[in-house]
Ligand binder design. Sequence first.
Ligand code: ATP
Ligand code: MG
Length: 392
Amino acid sequence: MFKAFLIKYAEIGIKGKNRYLFENALRDQIKFALKDVEGEFDVVKEQGRIYVEALSEFDFDETVDALKRVFGIASICPTMIVDSNEWDVITKSAGEFVKNVYGDQSLTFKVKAKRADKHYERTSPEICVDMGAHLVDQFPNLTVNVHDPDIYIYVEVRTRTYIYSHIIPGPGGMPVGTNGKAMLLLSGGIDSPVAGYMISKRGVRLEATYFHAPPYTSERAKQKVVDLAKLVARYAGPMKLHVVNFTDIQLYIYDQCPHDELTIIMRRYMMKIAEKLAEENNCLGLITGESIGQVASQTMQSLAATNDVCTMPVYRPVIGFDKQDIVDIAEKINTYETSIQPYEDCCTIFVAKHPVTKPSLKVIRKSELNLEEKIDSLLEEALNTVETILID
Ligand code: ATP
Ligand code: MG
């Protein structure tokens, strides 16, 4: 019965040239989301609509789940396609549609119609009235209620005709790729995958950077981050994951700087390196999973000290969220279970017992002077040995 899905999207701000970019990005993301779903699909743009048409047998639930991960989709309507716009064929098909979907349930209904061709033999109100009468004749259990019906039957007449009744909510947002690209600092924690998800929902393509400190952090910890990147990519699309070997820089900071300042100084170097990688890869900003006051390195003073090294905007979408709010999203997007796997993180290994919670920028900058001798060559080395993994 359902061989296609009509994809509806919010039309605000997508007039003219933007519309074409928006629709193409949406089409590409739909194709990406469907690549692992059983079945073959065609994604068709037609007169201000996008349809996903199945070319083979397919798994309905899996398909809907995949489409629910495509940002920019406002709703997903499983649709019957009728290869004709002749009235007799349409009414016959609408009868089959109602019989298949609703059987002989007693329901009130209303027909809503659209026609693409203004010269079509019936106006939209005429289609509604005539179709309503036809269905009432054919199904004694159906009655018309135009004010508060149990169900709507939508009929869209184009060169072909589309009949649908269910409207499944999509995720909203904007298609990935319509709003530039940003670099996510992705750790193995709960917060950064959620942060990446939130920014990509606004149409931003992602790249990710992970700071790895072997042998202090294991291959398994790195694999966990790869797994998280894959889970985020289910929404955000394919992305590059840059793995930076941070060990020598961390050890050098550990040797040269006061231990209660370690975390802040480390975070400043992470941001610096991420910004360099962002510039090299045409990203327009950085993304972190920081939230005010969550840990010592996320007080207002610590955030100011971390931010101080960046010239790019740093997007922190969970900045005002409580941990539970972040966990709720992590559960919804299915990253939570992976995030809580107990593998060490490079920040936790070198962490001081009593880290400063109100770092003074002046003091931090002074401590960093101790790094002058070797830090430039270590940064260069870290950037030259980045391992880039394509996540798709
Ligand atoms: P998360 O749950 O995201 O790990 P967190 O509460 O553990 O966050 P921090 O360890 O202070 O917080 O890190 C704050 C942010 O810094 C993270 O959200 C992430 O964006 C970035 N970050 C921390 N560690 C790393 C790392 N090893 N690699 C890449 N980014 C990191
Ligand atoms: Mg962390």
